[in-house]
Design a protein around this ligand. Structure first.
Ligand SMILES: [Zn+2]
Length: 333
């Protein structure tokens, strides 16, 4: 398996996040990528390379100019006002917002949608390196490689064209889909709904989006992810919200429905937003997928027979995350 990874992710290491009742440890920590890297390095089946260079203008294929500018300059503007703590907005643009303030906290609250996604000194550089991993994997598949894996950190599926949150700043899977330049499908198997990806392609008839996730009645990101969200008139969005305690067999059944729909859409390329917070011991999720389950999920996706770009999303069990990824990728090796 061709794997793309950048050490640059270490530059994004927020000291904590605001949870329901207190500041806590930052779940989306550098140790996640280290866990995956360590597991993949144990096998000779993987060739791990740094990503290629691109012009940042390529981000405009998915993200708005003003949003990109905000991410690029947020830390320098924020630290220039005298702060050295992470930039976390304390107020957010709401349904009745009429004014877009130039204040840096207000800009963060305009483009951000939760207080769990801090911006620190290295955030943009890490997000950009993560995006380049996805772009490089997509380029390789576009040129004929049957499959490639982008070890992305930070993840991307919660980020929309002009919105960050859920530990995500740039939507790596969406950038990969655009980079393939062909009719494509994005299958999101992270525990959480891929709200950013859905929003980006909601009215695009050339990109089919499907997400299997915890029902938004009980789980983040709460405001989307239902079966009724089928795309802007074109039936190219397919959500499968699930109850707690989903086991391997339950998950494979849901996956079968998503793969049937994708097969009927007949994409040239498949992008997999691969999250592993569906793991039974993951601290953020309530599903019960086991290590063998990830191998089965991988084999089902492989049987679809499409050129496939695998993009790393969530997964927070530091000790076993790498093994989860290795079992999944094992379907292709
Ligand atoms: Zn997740």
């Amino acid at each position: 398996m061709r794997v793309f990874y950048s050490d640059q992710h270490h530059a994004h290491d927020p000291p904590g996040q605001f949870n329901v009742d207190r500041m806590g440890a930052y779940s989306e920590c550098p140790g996640r990528a280290t866990s995956i890297l360590d597991a993949l390095r144990k096998s000779s089946a993987h060739q791990i390379d740094p990503p290629a260079d691109y012009e940042t203008s390529i981000l405009r294929t998915v993200h708005d100019d003003e949003y990109i500018r905000f991410l690029q300059e947020a830390w320098s503007v924020w630290s220039g006002t005298g702060w050295s703590i992470p930039l976390i907005p304390y107020t957010f643009a709401h349904r009745y917002a009429l004014h877009q303030s130039a204040d840096i906290i207000a800009r963060a609250g305009y483009f951000g949608f939760d207080p769990q996604t801090p911006i620190v000194a290295g955030t943009f550089d890490a997000a950009w390196a993560s995006a380049r991993c996805a772009l490089t994997a997509a380029d390789l598949v576009r040129k004929g490689e049957p499959v490639a894996y982008a070890l992305c950190r930070p993840p991307g599926h919660h980020a929309a064209a002009d919105l960050y949150g859920g530990y995500c700043y740039l939507n790596n899977a969406a950038l990969a889909a655009k980079k393939t330049g062909a009719k494509s499908a994005i299958l999101d198997i992270d525990y959480h709904h891929g709200n950013g990806t859905q929003t980006i392609f909601y009215d695009d008839p050339d990109v089919f989006t499907s997400s299997i996730h915890a029902h938004p009645d009980r789980e983040y990101p709460f405001y989307s992810g239902c079966e009724t969200e089928t795309g802007a008139g074109n039936q190219t969005n397919f959500n499968i919200p699930l109850p707690p305690d989903v086991d391997d067999d339950d998950y494979i059944a849901a996956l079968g429905s998503a793969l049937d729909r994708i097969d009927r859409f007949n994409p040239v390329t498949l992008i997999v937003s691969a999250g592993f917070d569906t793991y039974f011991a993951d601290p953020l999720g309530d599903f019960n997928v086991g290590l063998e389950g990830f191998g089965r999920i991988g084999r089902c996706i492989r049987e679809l027979g499409r050129p496939t770009v695998i993009v790393q999303e969530g997964g927070y069990h530091l000790e076993h995350l790498g093994e989860c990824v290795d079992h999944f990728l094992g379907a292709w090796t």
